[in-house]
Design a protein around this ligand. Structure first.
Ligand code: IDC
Length: 541
């Protein structure tokens, strides 16, 4: 975007013109755009906040690589960003709108009133106006609403236009330096909010109230940087550093016999972490966390995009957390597994249309990258079978991916939570470059499952352990260190790749991080749970 345009945005959107909101360098004509967005220059007043918010996965760009900073933001978009920052749990909702579970949570928490945003959803997709946005922001993040009525109201030339029900929140926001007037001293309470403004408001409130967010804060990163790193949205990001065992070293992976191999046909073993559900723990797929895991020796990350449990089907916007995570992984020269995480919806056929559409989109986005692995269904389970359900599903999804991204390795699940390898042995798929997943939890799955893996491999079935845990199958219990060691020795002896469940700080045994971990300076052992310490020690073994 050209400098002239920035100035016109600034003049027309005066709400954020209070001191310290950034400046415009008029020499920016022709300067390249910033941090992955074709229309956000490093000189834009909102560059720092937009970049930071995008990095954190709070607000992302569009598929064409733009951010559209001067577009308006809808009521649902603005409110759900704050819900994610605050870590509100989704509630059961009246409509099927993607935002409804979080909008209901915000309503229940008193961020806005019923009439301002009825839970029937009719206003969810409308641009949010400033006075309501500021109210929601303050209700969500402010720890107090103090202000001097005479002082603050006098600052606002169009105070008479401000609806009385917003006095407290808007004047408190003025007093706190979060909101301010335009060049004419007007607040413009009924004007729609833009995306750049929304970022700035939220960033200021987070800084002001030192928000202990469920989204990791990046204290070490300055708000403005003159060193934008290119992160194209549509094409695969260019990695910023070469990593031993990484994508730049091994290139496009392929399956030779039962072995995962690099571009030149030499055996490769990938070891790394799986995310927890992206809808719950987006903060742990930031660049800092992924880099920290890579720096401890991992060369792969797997991203569990749940379909149910308020995952992609109910909340498609989780896709942007996924793509941010994948982009971060590629930037760190690690392989990224895109996991369509069916679980409570045990039959992959239930959402086969959505899956096909999703994987086509991912294939188009990442077809030129050598670092992508597709995992088309996490763990089929329930009253289903390989030949009746999972195989037909794979036969529909694999060709859809291959038509766009012809050479990527694809992982396929199987019944009984990826333990029914025997049925695969007798009825395998006819595609090349696929591997079958086996999942284990050390407290539940022992020698009998290793025997199934051995039998499968003996019968020419390539195995990838895309998820395993040191706990029992619930994700809790243990840590089962001895059985974990048996599994690690077995996988290592068989050159089998793995991802551990999970990179998060949830209060459950399988979580690898302790609460309060901060990856900005890497991850030390003291930031790892008992499970994490064991798992991280095996990355390099
Ligand atoms: C678990 C999580 C737990 C969450 C539960 C339901 O650890 O916090 O409440 O899912 O969403 C799997 C699944 C994986 C499970 C994990 C542990 O792929 O989603 O995560 N597990 O139960 N298969 C076997 C075990």
């Amino acid at each position: 975007m050209k400098a002239k345009k920035f100035i016109s945005i600034m003049l027309s959107l005066g709400i954020f013109m209070a001191a310290g909101c950034g400046s415009v360098d008029t020499s920016a004509q022709g300067q390249s755009s910033a941090k992955g967005f074709t229309d956000v220059a490093s000189t834009a007043w909102y560059y720092g906040t937009v970049t930071e918010m995008a990095q954190k996965g709070i607000l992302s760009g569009y598929d064409d690589g733009s951010f559209k900073p001067d577009n308006t933001i809808t009521s649902a978009e603005f409110t759900t960003i704050l819900c994610r920052i605050k870590g509100l749990s989704p509630k059961s909702a009246q409509t099927s709108h993607w935002s409804a579970p979080l909008m209901q949570a915000a309503l229940d928490d008193g961020w806005y009133d019923y009439d301002e945003n009825p839970p029937t959803g009719e206003k969810y997709d409308q641009p949010i106006i400033r006075q309501i946005a500021v109210k929601i922001l303050m209700k969500a993040l402010a720890d107090n609403f103090s202000y001097d009525y005479n002082v603050e109201s006098a600052k606002m030339k169009d105070f008479s236009k401000l609806n009385g029900r917003y006095y407290d929140t808007v004047l408190a926001a003025y007093s706190a330096g979060i909101a301010g007037g335009d060049n004419n001293g007007n607040f413009n309470p009924d004007k729609p909010l833009t995306r750049a403004e929304a970022c700035t408001l939220i960033k200021r409130a987070m800084d002001k109230y030192n928000t202990a967010v469920s989204v990791q804060t990046q204290t070490s990163q300055p708000a403005q940087t003159s060193q934008p790193v290119a992160t194209p949205q549509q094409t695969a990001p260019v990695s910023t550093e070469a990593r031993v065992g990484g994508v730049s070293q091994n290139g496009q992976l392929k399956v030779v016999g039962t072995q995962l191999c690099n571009e030149n046909g030499a055996p490769v073993v990938l070891r790394g972490m799986s995310s927890h559900g992206l809808q719950w723990f987006p903060q742990f797929v930031s660049n800092e966390y992924i880099k920290a895991v890579g720096d401890r020796g991992a060369n792969v990350m797997r991203f569990a995009m749940y379909t149910s449990e308020n995952g992609y089907i109910q909340n498609p916007s989780v896709k942007s957390t996924l793509t941010t995570a994948v982009d971060n992984t590629l930037k760190n020269d690690m392989y990224a597994i895109i996991d369509w995480h069916i679980l409570s919806d045990g039959n992959p056929m239930t959402y086969v249309n959505e899956a096909e559409q999703f994987f086509k989109e991912m294939a188009a986005r990442y077809k030129d990258s050598k670092g992508i692995i597709y995992e088309i269904c996490n763990e089929p389970n329930g009253g289903i079978s390989w030949s009746g359900n999972v195989k037909p599903y794979a036969e529909r999804i694999i060709p859809a991916i291959r038509a766009i991204d012809s050479d990527a390795v694809i992982l396929v699940g199987n019944p009984q939570w990826d333990q029914d390898l025997d049925s695969v042995v007798s009825d395998r798929l006819s595609f090349d470059n696929i591997m079958y997943t086996c999942h284990f939890y050390s407290g539940t799955h022992t020698q009998w499952l290793r025997d199934r893996v051995s039998n499968a491999v003996k019968n020419g079935i390539p195995i990838f352990v895309s998820e395993w845990g040191t706990s029992d199958a619930s994700g809790n219990g243990g840590v089962f260190a001895d059985e974990t060691q048996r599994w690690m020795e077995f996988l290592s002896a068989n050159n089998i790749s793995w991802c551990n469940w999970s990179l998060c700080d949830k209060n459950e045994t399988s979580a690898a991080l302790v609460q309060g971990s901060n990856a900005s300076d890497g991850l030390s052992d003291s930031e790892l749970s008992a499970s994490g310490k064991i798992v991280f020690s095996y990355f390099n073994k």
